[in-house]
Ligand binder design. Structure first.
Ligand code: RNT
Ligand code: ZN
Length: 425
């Protein structure tokens, strides 16, 4: 597909845009540089529908669901890495790659989740080093017989609870090994599905057990130079409509008490609630945030992230708070109904766009208007910003990063689909 303008034309248009932004006191050159340097952690699970390499336990009971049957799902580590590399060639800026524990490569041997070690991620770490793609990690508390009851770390069954505690401890060591293999720590995000379909009579006991389990998991001291722990809250899931043990209040309080990063997933709140307003509040009390950029459609449906108001508002809030150094940016969605590589490219490019847009905002002018009590100016500036020549700066960012501009990347995806994905039967 030959969509988009020539590099030459894009260059010319950028010069005009640059002048326009300069009139607002913004250096678009600097914004491009900063936007390219912000790492986005791309989630491996969009590449294979969250199936993993264990032989695929059912997602049922976890509240997670991938729908669709587009051809070309990656079936092993080599395919997943190849697809990710291809997607990365179309995505501008710094990337990380986030793995779930069941992407361990065990040479066909069955290794229990409480016994996995860094050794099972040797291929990933080699790849990470070679491609200079830092890794992040996630213990997987679902798609496993021990999660069938719907409870893991909060289970009343000691055997079950202990199993998952051992799993989480094993995962923190793996994340730490990643951190030792790359520049800077690996983010290790704990999310559990625990909850109840209908109203529980006892909401307290599972939360007490979860608190104690987390205490046990996190008691193992691992240097912050290799691991960044994060805890992910949720409002509800399919099958946990009435009650989620790891709710927002639970993890917010726990994270504040233990000074751990809080993970805010854009799909994990009431549909009329967005995370933008939570960022400045939480940042006052926790060391930092992990944001999972997703797109809930009517529910936590994990649609592909887009350049939506929600994505843009969240990025703007981080920028306005001067908090990019304290917020880890990650993606979390899974759509099997469309080309999976394109899904990666769309979501990551959209988030990068929103980051660039936030960095191009003449925040100083808007804040100044507010300080002077000129709130009509504040609103007017916010509105005018929406129609500044952003697209020309975005194209220039892509040119600088040597990735296709505009929709030209669709041609590359088309070819990859024909020559690689369609051959997977
Ligand atoms: C689930 C959480 C969690 C998962 C991934 C696969 O609702 O968002 O982050 O999506 O761990
Ligand atoms: Zn998430």
């Amino acid at each position: 597909m030959k969509t988009g303008i020539s590099s030459e034309k894009a260059g010319d248009m950028y010069e005009v845009a640059k002048e326009t932004y300069a009139k607002f006191g913004v250096s678009s050159d600097r914004a491009i540089k900063e936007a390219l340097a912000l790492p986005i952690s791309v989630h491996c699970w969009q590449g294979d529908d969250l199936v993993g390499f264990e032989g695929g336990g059912s997602l049922s009971g976890s509240g997670l669901m991938t729908t669709g049957n587009y051809p070309g799902r990656a079936r092993n580590g080599d395919e997943l890495r190849k697809d990710a590399e291809f997607a990365f060639s179309l995505i501008p800026g710094k990337k990380r790659f986030s793995l779930h524990s069941f992407y361990a490569e065990t040479n066909g041997k069955k290794v229990s989740r409480d016994s996995i070690t860094p050794e099972h991620f040797t291929e990933w770490m080699k790849w990470s080093k070679k491609r200079k793609i830092p890794l992040d990690f996630n213990p997987s508390f679902f798609a496993h017989p021990m999660a069938d009851s719907g409870y893991t770390l909060a289970s009343s069954d000691t055997k079950v609870r202990k199993f998952w505690i051992r799993h989480a401890r094993a995962c923190r060591r793996i994340a730490s090994a990643f951190g030792g293999n790359q520049e800077g720590p690996a983010v290790c995000d704990i999310w559990i599905p625990d909850g109840s379909k209908d109203y529980p009579a006892d909401r307290l006991s599972p939360r007490e057990r979860l608190r104690d389990a987390l205490d046990e998991i996190l008691s193992e001291k691992i240097p912050a130079s290799t691991i960044t722990d994060a805890l992910e809250c949720k409002l509800f899931g399919i099958g946990s409509e009435a009650y989620v043990t790891g709710s927002h209040e639970f993890y917010m309080s726990y994270a504040v008490k233990k000074q751990i990063k809080l993970c805010l997933d854009t799909g994990h709140f009431h549909p009329t609630e967005t995370i933008a307003d939570k960022i400045s509040a939480a940042l006052l009390f926790v060391p930092g945030l992990l944001v999972h950029f997703s797109r809930g459609l009517r529910w936590d449906s994990d649609h592909v992230t887009t350049f939506s108001d929600e994505t843009r508002d969240a990025c703007r809030e981080i920028k306005r708070a001067g908090a990019f150094s304290r917020v880890d940016l990650a993606l979390d969605y899974f759509d099997a109904s469309i080309n999976r590589v394109a899904a990666w490219v769309i979501g990551t490019r959209s988030l990068r766009k929103a980051l660039l847009e936030s960095l191009l905002e003449p925040t100083h002018l808007i804040v100044d208007a507010e300080k002077r009590g000129k709130t009509h100016e504040r609103l007017a500036l916010m509105e005018e910003c929406k129609t500044l020549p952003f697209s020309s700066v975005w194209d220039k960012l892509c040119l600088n990063a040597k990735v296709p501009i505009s929709a030209a990347w669709l041609g590359n995806v088309d070819e990859y689909e024909r020559t690689v994905l369609n051959k997977r039967k």
